[in-house]
Design a protein around this ligand. Structure first.
Ligand SMILES: C[S@@+](CC[C@H](N)C(=O)[O-])C[C@H]1O[C@@H](n2cnc3c(N)ncnc32)[C@H](O)[C@@H]1O
Ligand code: SF4
Length: 380
């Protein structure tokens, strides 16, 4: 008999503005203009949340994540307004992880203090690289000095800090990456996310591709990241995430464990389960259109049920990113599908050296991680 308890629930709040658009970025983010009213957008977020008060009243929110864009372009009072509303209107776990993404150049000690007072208890700082020349090539709006000062100041205010870096950047050498890692890991934070640069459609870099490190150099960079992180006491627990003991990002863990999430704000995605069905909702992407549609309706652009047949792909697309793997029972718990339905596929991947299934834990092998997209094809 499969248990039908609902998955844990997280909340994502999207703030779609930045100081300027970076050349590689395909996120739903727009340069901040003077005709944008952060106050009005905040009220749209509140109205967006309001419509879920009754349907989600019996479910406890485990984590909250303010992502962007650059949430730190919003004054702490606006972030406080949203957190207060969530605390007053929903049930939220006592020590819920509440993360905010902050960018160097639009964050200082006073802002950090303000966010902490508002209830934020985890900061994620987008550094990307500490090399000024490469920051310029990426079109970032801050210097290396500003990034390092932001991390230093944040450390005095938050115990729980993540830094985002990227690697295999235009013209980047192994030594330059190594220096980025040392500079950031020497701060003795507790979380590092590091992503290999990808050239995304609809970006400047896609139209004007820069010269990037070749595959061999990118592979050397990946091993350097793993060994420097290990030497600093971080454990890699997901393809791009490294954490000190007990410091995994709870919000992202919920995505990777195929939990539920409510997304509010322009272009935000939700996955919400109800009895045996799960639905994906996407809000209107353009901030203005989103705000208008919240005023006149629910802000939803698309709403579709997840098809039963696509559940294995959707589950494994997330779970196989976790280096410790997931218990076999989690598959049944989250998808309400008997594990027997995917056993032949799992066994075929085990035979090909891409997965292991041991003591009821399904785990990707290092080879499987390298060819994750190919592994997932088997579940399509
Ligand atoms: C939501 S984004 C932006 C967060 C924040 N605004 C910033 O720029 O630091 C989260 C992270 O995704 C990564 N990222 C964005 N675009 C990327 C790309 N094309 N390739 C690889 N990583 C990317 C960056 O490390 C970034 O910090
Ligand atoms: S600051 Fe972050 S979200 Fe904004 S454009 Fe740059 S990478 Fe994208």
């Amino acid at each position: 008999m499969i248990s039908t308890s609902l998955p844990p629930l997280s909340l994502y709040v999207h703030i779609p503005w930045c100081v300027k658009k970076c050349l590689y970025c395909d996120f739903n983010s727009h340069p901040l203009r003077s005709d944008v009213s952060p106050e009005n957008y905040t009220e749209s977020i509140i109205k967006d949340l309001m419509q879920y008060r009754h349907t989600l009243q019996d479910r406890e929110i485990q984590t909250v994540f303010f992502g962007g864009g650059t949430p730190s372009v919003f004054e702490p009072a606006l972030i406080a307004r949203i957190i207060d509303y969530v605390k007053d209107s929903f049930s939220i776990k006592d020590d819920a992880e509440i993360t905010l993404e902050a960018n160097p150049g639009v964050s200082d000690s006073a802002r950090f203090e303000g966010y902490r007072t508002a209830g934020v208890n985890r900061l994620s700082i987008g550094v990307q690289t500490t090399n000024d020349e490469i920051l310029k090539r990426l079109g970032r709006a801050h210097s290396s000095e500003e990034a390092l000062v932001a991390v230093q100041e944040a450390k005095l205010i938050f115990d729980n800090i993540n830094v985002d870096l990227m690697f295999a950047l235009p013209g980047q050498t192994l030594d330059e990456l190594h220096l980025d890692l040392l500079r950031i890991l020497d701060f003795n934070l507790n979380h590092l996310s590091i992503y290999q640069l990808t050239l995304e459609p609809n970006t400047w870099f896609y139209k004007h591709p820069p010269k990037l490190p070749d595959d061999d150099l990118a592979a050397e960079m990946q091993s350097d990241i793993e060994s420097v992180a290990r030497a600093h006491g971080y454990k890699q627990y997901e393809v791009s995430a490294f954490a000190g003991p007990g410091k995994r990002c709870q919000h992202n863990m919920n995505y990777w464990e195929f939990g539920d999430y409510l997304g509010v704000g322009a272009g935000a995605h939700s996955k919400l389960s109800c009895f045996e069905n799960s639905t994906r909702l996407v809000k209107h992407k353009q901030p203005k259109r989103y705000m208008e549609s919240i005023e006149s309706g629910d802000g939803v652009f698309t709403n579709r049920a997840i098809q039963y047949e696509s559940l294995p792909f959707e589950f494994f697309m997330n779970a196989l990113r976790l280096l410790d793997g997931v218990p076999m029972s989690l598959f049944q718990k989250r998808t309400l599908m008997p594990i027997m339905e995917v056993k032949p596929k799992l066994m075929s991947l085990v035979d090909r050296g891409l997965l292991t299934v041991s003591k009821d834990v399904i785990r990707t092998t290092p080879l499987g991680l390298r060819f994750l997209n190919e592994v997932l094809q088997d579940f399509l």
